[in-house]
Design a protein around this ligand. Structure first.
Ligand code: MD3
Ligand code: FE
Length: 214
């Protein structure tokens, strides 16, 4: 992305719903700090391909930070204070993560956002996330903040039933999506990530997903 284009997209937003928007380039000024945070977290809690209740390894590699982390295994989905891979507590959320999440939520109209969980998803080219709802949290209104880093992707933004029409939302390095309130339980997914080379991250996409799990 050229600096001129970066300057143009920073500060603009796309409204997706009454309580959902894309803040284009919002995380660009702190992208290097966030990536340093991902390095610290994944050194203590390595990325893993979790197994679904159906027994398939997920193609997205995951780790977490914060007091709770999202986990999947043969028994189901849940939030766990410990990393099942290491049996240790998840690493603390880096300050840069907490600040960015709160600032983005604030910019989208959600004051005093303090997430207790941050799921970190890593996509290799070809990896996708099928249409789903985030329903393992106790509060189905509090916003979720998603930060895209590395290779670009296309989000699918759907309705409240799996079969509802979806719209495609392109997201680039540094984009932040915030959705809460009436839009919180929409179905969503990520189309297969296209092959490419990102100057900071190489051939991968990283997504930070902040939630209030409890
Ligand atoms: C929700 N991860 O981990 S949220 C997840 O890119 C997850 O890895 C996405 O969904 C990822 O559960 C980031 C993408 C998203 C986009 C639009 C939505 C979620 C949405 C619209 C409404 C509700
Ligand atoms: Fe999701």
């Amino acid at each position: 992305m050229s600096d001129l284009f970066a300057a143009q997209v920073h500060g603009t937003r796309t409204r997706l719903g009454r309580h959902a928007c894309v803040l284009h380039g919002f995380a660009l000024p702190v992208a290097a700090e966030l990536l340093a945070g991902v390095e610290v977290v994944s050194a203590a809690a390595p990325f893993r391909h979790l197994v679904t209740p159906g027994g398939h390894a997920m193609s997205v590699a995951m780790t977490n930070c914060g007091s709770l982390g999202w986990c999947s295994d043969r028994r189901g989905y849940r939030y766990d204070p410990r990393d099942p891979g290491t049996c240790r507590r998840w690493p603390a959320m880096p300050q840069a993560f907490l600040r960015l999440a709160a600032d983005a939520a604030d910019a989208a109209g959600f004051a005093d956002y303090r997430p207790d969980a941050c799921l970190i998803n890593r996509y290799a080219p070809g990896t996708r996330l099928t249409l789903h709802q985030d329903r393992d949290e106790s509060d189905h209104v509090a916003p979720i903040v998603s930060v895209s880093l590395g290779l670009p992707a296309t989000f699918l933004f759907g309705g409240f039933a799996r079969g509802d029409k979806t719209v495609r939302v392109p997201v680039a390095h540094g984009d932040v999506v915030v959705w809460g309130g009436v839009d919180r339980m929409r179905f969503h997914g990520v189309l297969p990530v296209r092959d490419g080379m990102h100057p900071l991250l190489g051939a991968q996409r990283i997504n930070l997903t902040f939630r209030k799990a409890t």
